[in-house]
Design a binder for this molecule. Structure first.
Ligand code: NDP
Length: 308
């Protein structure tokens, strides 16, 4: 039997969808897309796929991004499988950001300092681990402020805050106040910054950071306070935020957290967590494909997928 495949620009073609090739498929001249994706547990809830695939479609790239449910005991074989299938790279989410490192061939500068990888890139047949969380944050911050020579108050010392602190330090921040509830985590991050970068950093117990220090012009919530809770507030005197202070939040759902709402009401410049999420996706697409994807397309697709 000869299988007839028709190339059509007519979307109303009555061929089954898997045989109904569009003109753009045809131009791509291959039935074998380049593959990237994400390995995590709870993969079904990860909306990154929507924004990355929107970029591929917008830029007519014959690439696919696949969410893959991978358990910790299968991570090594999953990475080998991706290598065998010619993946161009992949994201890592919980719980694989640290454990993936032993399966890679090298690390980018900030990933090596952070000690965690959320984006693997195939370069010259080597798997290189990068961390785009902090880079995505930095990019969204840099639209409104340059952290170079700045004193910055960073709430949190978990995975997101760690990535952000390292990127801020590598971008030339002068001093980081790391405010964290857990002393060991806060101190550990301050030590890391002090030892591995040129920035100064100190851990500040939460109860000692009630008001914004005079010299600080950037404040960042790097904790999960506010996630899925529009009323949750940082235990911090928001009255001390001065007009023009840059206030950023890593929380992206809701997009407008209470911190950002109250900061905007005090004429602060606000940076939402959705920007960080989009920009880390933008950087991933750049790493994998070499193109500069349109962030507006990706943000729109992400908002649509998340219903925010
Ligand atoms: P972690 O679990 O690694 O860290 C959580 C941090 O929040 C810790 O510093 C923890 O402090 C602090 N924290 C949590 N609850 C409280 C509380 N009630 N009071 C004081 N501190 C608290 O999580 P992640 O760093 O991975 O994620 C943090 C947030 O960042 C999440 O909301 C996540 O969705 C968001 N995120 C956003 C991204 C984006 O692209 N916009 C990317 C990655 C994460 P302690 O050490 O004392 O427990």
């Amino acid at each position: 039997m000869v299988l007839q495949i028709r190339v059509s620009t007519d979307r109303s073609s009555n061929l089954p969808s898997h045989l109904n090739l569009t003109a753009s498929n045809y131009r791509m001249n291959s039935f074998c897309p380049e593959l990237v994706g994400s390995m995590s547990q709870g993969a079904a809830g990860n909306p990154t796929v929507a924004m990355v695939e929107a970029a591929f479609k917008h830029h007519s790239l014959n690439w696919r991004y696949v969410n893959m449910e991978v358990s910790p005991e299968h991570l090594g074989t999953a990475v080998q499988g991706a290598r065998a299938m010619g993946f161009r790279g992949f994201n890592l989410s919980m719980p694989h950001k640290v454990s993936v490192i032993e399966h890679l061939d090298g690390l980018g500068e900030s990933a090596a300092v952070i000690g965690a990888v959320n984006c693997v890139v195939r370069r010259d047949e080597r798997w290189i681990g990068e961390n785009t969380d902090g880079k995505g944050f930095l990019r969204s911050l840099q639209v409104v402020a340059d952290p170079k020579d700045q004193t910055i108050v960073l709430f949190g010392a978990g995975g997101a805050a760690r990535a952000i602190a390292v990127e801020l330090a590598l971008a030339g921040a002068a001093k980081l106040y790391i405010v964290n509830r857990d002393a060991a985590r806060g101190q550990d991050l301050a030590n890391l910054i002090g030892e591995k970068t040129a920035a100064k950093a100190s851990w500040v117990p939460w109860q000692e950071m009630n008001t914004l220090p005079e010299e600080a012009r950037i404040v960042i919530n790097g904790t999960s306070i506010g996630l899925y809770d529009t009323d949750a507030a940082l235990d911090f005197d928001l009255e001390s935020l001065r007009p023009g202070t840059v206030v950023a939040d890593v929380v992206f759902n809701p997009v407008e957290t209470r911190l950002l709402r109250e900061a905007a009401a005090r004429q602060c410049v606000v940076v939402d967590g959705l920007g960080m999420l989009v920009d880390q996706g933008v950087i991933g697409v750049q790493y994998w494909t070499g193109i500069d994807p349109d962030p507006r397309v990706m943000r729109h697709a992400l908002r649509h997928a998340m219903g925010v």
